[in-house]
Design a protein around this ligand. Structure first.
Ligand code: FES
Length: 319
């Protein structure tokens, strides 16, 4: 646990950090990376340091087409709370936190490549909390550590002020953005039903930690806890009640959930049901094409067009 903090204190600011602040032309940045060996582990055969330099250049200079307006900042881990397999990380940061919203994210340098997208679960004016499981690289952070972030990124969840009822289906891996939605629902006084899924009862997120205003339904894959039928049955029942549906689960569930939506609703509107898609992201700025997601009319990028997509648009390609 201590090594991350020690590394950060010893490392200081890297060459790519300097690039970000000085913003030299892209060709000079690429030549800075010529000493990097070619690797087949990354798209285009570029090594991590070359990708980092190119991405840094584009973050610095901006990308007018995609209207990227992100910053490179150093935040501080102000608190870590561990409860069994769950780790709450509170991050103190004042430049980009106010632009975070459910479904948006920051890319965190956790002493490795690629950077990891982290999604806020709770946002205050100068801090945001992230919930991860103990096997996530961010779980190794220590209190007081400096955290290198780029963001904010992505298009978050969309909703109307007229929405009165939200349905969320969430699995353990994506609980942080799901909790962000629950905070938003609470702030907007929206009635919310949460369908919480987990492999087994022992792996469920503790319900007592959820906002008391949320109606919680539980479903486990092995039947050891919660609703005595599949989560799909329960989901279909709840879809008819909702003004908006948010799917924050593993991707393999998207098609079957989309089928439940089309069975329960006649001609649902665009973005009635939305799903978070988080493939591996290398640049997170629309350049490496590594996060391509197939949609009804072609291909979109999770990092810039998403990571929140219309669920039916995602699922239509499989029909
Ligand atoms: S992560 Fe590179 S284009 Fe999305």
């Amino acid at each position: 646990m201590q090594h991350v903090t020690r590394l950060r204190k010893a490392r200081g600011r890297s060459k790519s950090d300097a690039i970000l602040h000085e913003s030299p032309p892209l060709h000079s940045i690429i030549s800075e990376s010529e000493s990097c060996a070619i690797s087949h582990d990354f798209p285009l055969g570029l090594t991590g340091c070359a990708i980092r330099a190119i991405v840094a250049a584009n973050y610095s200079h901006g990308n007018a087409d995609r209207q990227i307006a992100m910053k490179h900042v150093y935040a501080t881990v102000s608190a870590i709370d561990r409860y069994g397999p769950w780790v709450w990380i509170t991050i103190y940061e004042t430049e980009i936190t106010h632009q975070l919203a459910p479904g948006r994210f920051v890319m965190a340098d956790l002493d490795g490549l690629p950077r990891y997208p982290i999604f806020p679960a709770r946002v205050t004016p100068d801090t945001f909390d992230v919930l991860v499981q103990s096997d996530h690289p961010a779980a190794c952070l220590d209190e007081g550590a400096s955290l290198d972030l780029i963001g904010p990124m992505g298009r978050g969840f969309r909703y109307d002020e007229s929405d009165r009822r939200w349905l969320l289906i969430a699995s353990n891996r994506f609980l942080s953005p799901a909790l962000g939605l629950l905070q938003q629902a609470s702030d907007a006084d929206v009635s919310t039903a949460l369908l919480l899924t987990a492999p087994t009862a022992t792996e469920l997120y503790p319900i007592r930690w959820l906002p008391p205003s949320v109606e919680v339904h539980v479903s486990t894959f092995d039947g050891s806890g919660g609703f005595p039928s599949s989560s799909l049955d329960l989901f279909r029942r709840l879809v008819g009640w909702a003004d908006r549906v948010f799917v924050v689960t593993d991707r393999h569930q998207h098609i079957s959930l989309a089928q439940q939506v089309t069975q329960a609703r006649i001609a649902p509107s665009h973005d009635f049901a939305q799903a978070l898609v988080v493939p591996t992201m290398i640049c997170a700025a629309g350049f490496c094409q590594g996060c391509a997601v197939s949609v009804a009319d072609g291909v979109k990028l999770a990092c810039t067009d998403g990571p929140v997509f219309d669920l039916l648009e995602l699922a239509s390609i499989a029909r």
